[in-house]
Design a protein around this ligand. Sequence first.
Ligand SMILES: Nc1ncnc2c1ncn2[C@@H]1O[C@H](COP(=O)(O)OP(=O)(O)OP(=O)(O)O)[C@@H](O)[C@H]1O
Ligand SMILES: [Mg+2]
Length: 371
Amino acid sequence: MEHDSDTNSAGAGGAQIEQHSAESATVDHSGRTLGSYQLVRLIAEGGMGVVYEAVQLNLARRVAVKILSEELAMRPEFVQRFQREAKAAAALNHPNMVQVHDFCQTDGFCFLAMEYVEGQNLSDYVEEQGKLGIHESLDLIEQAALALKAASEKAIIHRDIKPSNLMLTHEGRVKVSDLGLAKILTETSDLTLTGVAMGSPYFIAPEQASDAADVDHRVDIYSLGLTLLYLLTGKRPFEGNTPFSIVLAQATKPLPSGAELGTALPTGLEVLVQKMAAKNPDDRYPDYDQLLTDLRRVKAGHAPVPEPAASRRNFSSARVYVPPQCLLPLPQPASCCTWFERAPRPSSAPKLLVKPLPPVHRSCRKPWAVS
Ligand SMILES: Nc1ncnc2c1ncn2[C@@H]1O[C@H](COP(=O)(O)OP(=O)(O)OP(=O)(O)O)[C@@H](O)[C@H]1O
Ligand SMILES: [Mg+2]
């Protein structure tokens, strides 16, 4: 099966976008003790830093530690916001969410200690298992939706829902990770990142690309819809040669059906996915209760709740206009975190205005290149 990590590369016929590690090799701090945390094993490097398995020595418990990259840790405003988001996430306690335990700054390191999830993320899981069955896919997405519902009740939007941010335990429980963290990168004004829309280009909602600061919980419903389609088909619905072209495809191309991605799906399931991932947020499920109702109905083999005739919509139509002058080529290599910047919106108000941003954000250590 064709598969690439949801953050790092594009496949499917187009040129490959690859992750290059040459720019700055990751230093492995395994064995080191930071405050009351001993780092045991480097798990993986992500967009903001590196994740370790660790032991919290004073409580003798296993935890995961996410150490912020050096460049981000040196920015006081970023660290302040990171701490604020961590605090908000730590106040949430839900069985389907990775519990945040602690925020620490010690020995020049800035990190988050959180619940260690024994298992794997859904990107790795699909890579290993291949596409998943309907019942399992719906069950996993239902669990994630329960966590996001709890977050939305506290006015927290995830903003970066994608398979690699959904952990799966050996017992089959989904745990949503990185709640709210993408927000910090969109609002930290002393960074060159200002105005940058965050989120994986493969799963980001069109309006988040258009105006990252002014979105609601429906961006997560969109990303969850694309994640569901990914679980069911093993394919990402939108591909492109660059992060920019992927985002553009999200905004302008109709969502492919399961069959178009190589896996025919029952009509009710297609309707559910199309409604979750409608281009226009007004066409999506307005809240998690309605989404959960349909997820459970379709899982039980029933059709989703019918739309009232008056409000029946064509979910596959793209409603976003991108003016041609904004379709500039992406400078290469560009960081995964800096693929575009908002251009000023004229009064004629086209919905999506994007222009590329020079590759300035080195901290994510994931430069993109097209071969
Ligand atoms: N609490 C955790 N317990 C166990 N493993 C984790 C935990 N959090 C993250 N991981 C693992 O570490 C990997 C890297 O996580 P990280 O969040 O840094 O990167 P990412 O999810 O791939 O991308 P992004 O930075 O955009 O979220 C994850 O893919 C996951 O496999
Ligand atoms: Mg993550």
